[in-house]
Ligand binder design. Structure first.
Ligand code: NAP
Ligand code: GDD
Length: 348
C-alpha cells in the first residue's frame, strides 16, 4: 500500500537553514512548500538547485510568495496547504542589524511566530499541524550560567534576542492553551558555506581566502574576544525535524558544547590556508600580520551597543531524547567553508 507523502511548509526557505532543511525533507520523501518574499533582485540562490518548474507533474518542491508580516498571506497559505509540519525559520536574523531596525525585527521575529500559531488555531489545524519555532542562544544573552541548557533563564541583549524570547514564550503559550504540537529549538550559532556574508564566520573565511589569492588586502572586524559555540547548519536542521517526530512537543537546546573566540576562528582559518601570521598590539590597535603586512584590523563600527560575550550550549537533553548527534567539528566546518570559497574564487 502506498503511504501518503508528508507535507511541510517552511517560512524562511531561502535562508541558510531553509535550504538545508528543504534538502533534508526532500530526502525523506516530503512534499516541501516554501514561502519566498518578493524581491527586486533574486533571493533564491540557496534553493535554485531544488527548483521545479510549475508545469512539472507531481511537484515535490513548491514555492509561494508571502511574508510573515502579512497575517492574511500567512493564514491563507496555511489554509491552502494544510501541512503536517510548519517550520518557522523566517527572521531578520542579524543581531547587529536589529539595533538599527528594532521595530521591524520585532514584527518579523516576534509577531511572525504569533501569526503562524494563530493561523493554525484559526483554521482548526491543532490536531493536524505540528509547529517548529527557530529559537536562539541569543535569548541567553548576558548568560546567568555556563553552559546554558533548557532551564537556564533568558537575559537577551538585543532587539533580536528580545523578539525571539517573545516567540519562544508564545509558542509555549499556544502549546499549553490549545494543545498544539509546538516545539522551540534553542539553537546555538551554526554555519556553512551558505551562511550570509555579513555573519562573522563567513566574513572571515571569505576575506582571508581573497587575501590569500591576492584579491583583497585587509579584513576589518569588531570584537575579537566574544566566544561562540559554532556548529554546522546541516547537523542542526536534522534536530529541527527530530523534534517534530517525538510523541510529545518540547523545547531543546542544540549546540556542540565547545566554544572558541572570534580570534581563534581567524587563527584556524589562517592555519587552514597555510598562511603564517602574528598578532601584535592591543585593544583597537590589535592587528594580525602576514608577510610583514597587517591583514586583520579592528574597526569600531563592528562593535554592537551591547555584546553577548560568551555562549556555550549543553544539548544533553537533545542527545538523550532525540538521539541527535554532532557530526561536524569546527575544523571540518572550516574546511567545508574554505573549500567552497576557494572553488568560487577559481571559477571567477
Ligand atoms: P537567514 O539565512 O538570515 O534566513 C532568514 C530567512 O528568513 C530568509 O529566507 C529570509 O528571506 C526570511 N525572511 C526574513 N524576513 C522575512 C519576512 N518578513 N517574511 C518571510 N520571510 C522572511 O537565517 P538562518 O541562519 O537560516 O536562520 C534560520 C532561523 O534560525 C532564523 O529564524 C534565525 O533567527 C534562527 N537562528 C539561526 C541561528 C544561526 O546560527 N544560523 C541560530 C539560532 C537561531 P530572504 O532570503 O528574502 O531575506
Ligand atoms: N557579524 C559580525 N561582523 N560579527 C563580528 C564581527 C564582524 O565584523 N567582528 C566580531 N564579531 C562578533 C560579534 O560581535 C559576535 O560576538 C560574534 O562575532 C558573532 O557574530 P555573528 O556572526 O554576527 O553572529 P551572532 O552570534 O551575533 O548571531 C548569530 O547566531 C545567533 C545564535 O547565537 C545569528 O545567526 C543569529 O541569527 C543567531 O540567533
Amino acid at each position: 500500500m502506498k503511504t501518503k507523502k508528508k507535507i511541510a511548509l517552511i517560512f524562511g526557505i531561502t535562508g541558510q537553514d531553509g535550504s538545508y532543511l528543504s534538502e533534508f525533507l526532500l530526502n525523506k520523501n516530503y512534499i516541501v512548500h516554501g514561502v519566498i518574499r518578493r524581491s527586486s533582485s533574486f533571493n533564491t540562490s540557496r534553493i535554485n538547485h531544488l527548483y521545479q518548474d510549475p508545469h512539472t507533474k507531481s511537484r515535490k518542491f513548491i514555492l509561494h510568495y508571502g511574508d510573515i508580516t502579512d497575517a492574511i498571506s500567512v493564514s491563507s497559505l496555511i489554509k491552502k496547504i494544510q501541512p503536517q509540519e510548519i517550520y518557522n525559520l523566517a527572521a531578520q536574523s542579524h543581531v547587529a542589524v536589529s539595533f538599527e531596525v528594532p521595530e521591524y525585527t520585532a514584527n518579523v521575529d516576534a509577531i511572525g511566530a504569533l501569526r503562524i500559531l494563530e493561523a493554525i488555531r484559526f483554521h482548526k489545524l491543532e490536531k493536524k499541524t505540528k509547529f517548529y519555532q527557530a529559537g536562539t542562544s541569543e535569548m541567553f544573552g548576558k548568560v546567568v550560567e555556563t553552559p546554558q541548557n533548557e532551564k537556564t533563564p533568558f537575559y537577551p541583549r538585543s532587539p533580536y534576542g528580545v523578539a525571539k524570547v517573545y516567540a519562544h514564550w508564545v509558542t509555549i503559550n499556544y502549546r499549553e492553551a490549545y494543545n498544539l504540537f509546538a516545539c522551540n529549538g534553542i539553537l546555538f550559532n551554526h554555519e556553512s558555506e551558505r551562511r550570509g556574508g555579513t555573519f562573522v564566520t563567513k566574513k572571515i573565511v571569505s576575506a582571508l581566502c581573497r587575501i590569500k589569492v591576492g584579491k583583497k588586502k585587509k579584513l576589518y572586524l569588531g570584537n575579537l574576544y566574544s566566544k561562540r559555540d559554532w556548529g554546522s547548519a546541516k547537523d542542526f536542521v536534522e534536530a529541527m525535524w527530530k523534534m517534530l517526530q517525538k510523541k510529545k512537543p518540547d523545547d531543546y537546546v542544540i549546540a556542540t558544547g565547545k566554544q572558541f573566540t572570534v580570534k581563534q576562528f581567524v587563527n584556524f582559518v589562517l592555519k587552514r590556508l597555510k598562511m603564517n601570521f602574528k598578532w601584535r598590539g592591543k585593544g583597537l590597535n590589535e592587528k594580525c600580520y602576514h608577510k610583514g603586512k597587517s591583514i586583520v584590523e579592528i574597526d569600531k563600527a563592528y562593535f554592537r551597543p551591547l555584546e553577548v560575550n560568551t555562549l556555550l550550549g549543553d544539548s544533553s537533553k537533545a542527545k538523550r531524547q532525540l538521539n541527535w548527534k554532532i557530526k561536524t567539528n569546527i575544523h571540518q566546518l572550516i574546511d567545508e567553508m574554505v573549500n567552497k570559497e576557494m572553488a568560487h574564487l577559481r571559477d571567477d
